[in-house]
Design a protein around this ligand. Structure first.
Ligand code: ZN
Length: 475
């Protein structure tokens, strides 16, 4: 088998080949940037969506689904939002051969689809908060190089939209979303950076934007999602108003929380290695693969035991694949390693006779498990696998950062730099020029690596009022 490109030296070559080898997507669809979810990729996506649904519903959010087509008249109601998306939307202008009276936009995101209806749903303070989410496909006409999961034109997308009673309640919802994402990221074994984007880089129409960024190595970052506080920026043009307790009409304060299929790319990029993809156990299309090993030397047939193990582990809640097809065991081991299955269970003649199995983790650990304690021991092996994966990911995460007390350090362009910033836009742009990328934003929460007391601004030297911010190169 051909060796994969080096993950560190040739990241994007490595990334594309790993995705290809694991068959997570098929890029041969005859429209650039519209990719096919293969059965294996779809299974991973379904697992991932289940985590998002579980964690967002735990914060009292309700599922909805709005239409994919938005009338131009609604789409154009909020000025900044339109400026941000106008160049990226697909238009539907004909029904059959008849031109439509009102052209339709294929949703790039769903504010303008949902908010005319929110205006009907929200009448009184008793209707608040309104927290709803949907998981749908959105469409953006990307002009940059497309890459599977990282930059596509049809995007699998999670979006929560809420209406709150006031600014403080909306800020609390933003905090609740960030806490929910921490739980999601734990299930993905995925360390991330939360930053408040600078004014010049926030979401079109937002009061402020908290972005969720993943390091990709060598200073590169991937934005996998964001949380926005809209204040009344959308509720005013869309008329989302409620009657307060004292009888006055007020506009709702709104928030949104979006995550895209970039999460799949982030999981591949964070955990993958020289052998291929590595899936956290909760996201893996199969958490366990069972391989009966037939041998001429042994008279015992391992296949009935393999079937028993498959049945018992399925009943215990594992996603099991029994690979009892043609082919040599070595080739099967390689195949499932490339695809990132957390645990492989090997069952040969000796195992069948003595009633045990050999368990090999995707991270290289091997152990013997008696059939008597199969379910408990496999459960523990999966927990250990995730714990190890999490530690490895966290170590790599820490390596992605460097403290920069001067712009000279930032100009090395090798890491994500933690800098002290006074908040002035001119200084921000100076940092962006130095890193040849972006001022990602002011950190939400503690810095990922040890830092001294806040020094003066890295650009202008001004003391007082500085904050820790991160600078890197978003892809
Ligand atoms: Zn400054």
């Amino acid at each position: 088998m051909a060796e994969l490109p080096d993950k560190r030296g040739a990241f994007f070559d490595w990334y594309l080949e790993v995705i290809e080898a694991a068959q997570l997507t098929d890029k041969r669809y005859p429209v650039k940037g519209l990719n096919v979810w293969t059965p294996y990729g779809f299974r991973a996506r379904r697992q991932l969506d289940a985590v998002l649904v579980r964690e967002i519903e735990a914060t009292k959010s309700e599922p909805v689904e709005f239409p994919a087509l938005i009338p131009e008249t609604e789409f154009r109601k909020e000025g900044d939002h339109i400026k941000g998306f106008d160049a990226q939307v697909y238009w539907v202008t004909r029904g059959g051969s008849t031109p439509l009276d009102v052209p339709l936009v294929l949703r790039p995101t769903s504010e303008t689809a949902m908010y005319p209806i929110f205006a009907l749903w929200v009448r009184s303070h008793q209707d608040l908060p309104l927290n709803v989410y949907q998981i749908v496909n959105t469409f953006r006409y990307e002009t940059k190089t497309t890459r599977p999961f990282l930059r596509v034109r049809e995007i699998h997308f999670f979006e929560e939209h809420t209406c709150q009673i006031d600014d403080a309640a909306a800020s609390a919802r933003v905090a609740s979303n960030l806490a929910a994402f921490e739980k999601m990221a734990h299930a993905f074994d995925l360390p991330f950076l939360a930053v408040r984007r600078p004014e010049w880089d926030k979401f079109p129409g937002a009061h402020y934007t908290i972005a969720l960024d993943i390091p990709l190595g060598e200073g590169r970052t991937l934005q996998i999602g964001s949380i926005h506080h809209y204040r009344e920026n959308f509720s005013r043009p869309y008329g989302i108003q409620y009657e307060d307790r004292d009888g006055t009409q007020r506009f709702a304060h709104q928030t949104t929380f979006g995550l895209s299929e970039r999460l799949v790319g982030a999981i591949v990029a964070t955990h993958g290695d020289a052998q291929g993809v590595v899936f956290p156990s909760e996201i893996a299309p199969y958490s366990v693969v069972i391989i009966p090993v037939l041998s001429a030397k042994s008279t015992a047939d391992p296949r009935p035991v393999a079937a028993e193990v498959a049945e018992r582990l399925t009943a215990a809640g594992c996603r099991v694949h029994l690979d009892d097809g043609e082919g040599r065991p070595g080739a099967k081991y390689y195949y499932w390693e490339t695809r990132g299955v957390p645990l492989r269970i090997e069952i040969g003649g000796r195992e069948a006779t003595e009633r045990f199995v050999t368990v090999a983790s995707r991270l290289g650990e091997k152990e013997r498990v008696d059939l008597a304690t199969l379910e408990i021991d496999i459960g523990r092996a999966l927990e250990r696998f995730d714990a190890t994966l999490r530690v490895k990911a966290h170590e790599a995460y820490l390596q992605a950062f460097e403290l920069a007390l001067t712009l000279e350090t930032v100009r090395k362009r090798e890491k994500i730099y933690l800098i002290s910033w006074c908040g002035q836009e001119a200084c921000g742009h100076e940092v962006e020029n130095a890193v040849d990328g972006a001022l990602l934003g002011v950190l939400e929460g503690e810095p990922p690596i040890p830092v001294p007391d806040l020094p003066g601004c890295v650009a202008c030297g001004r003391d007082g009022g500085t904050r820790w911010a991160a600078a890197g190169r978003p892809i």
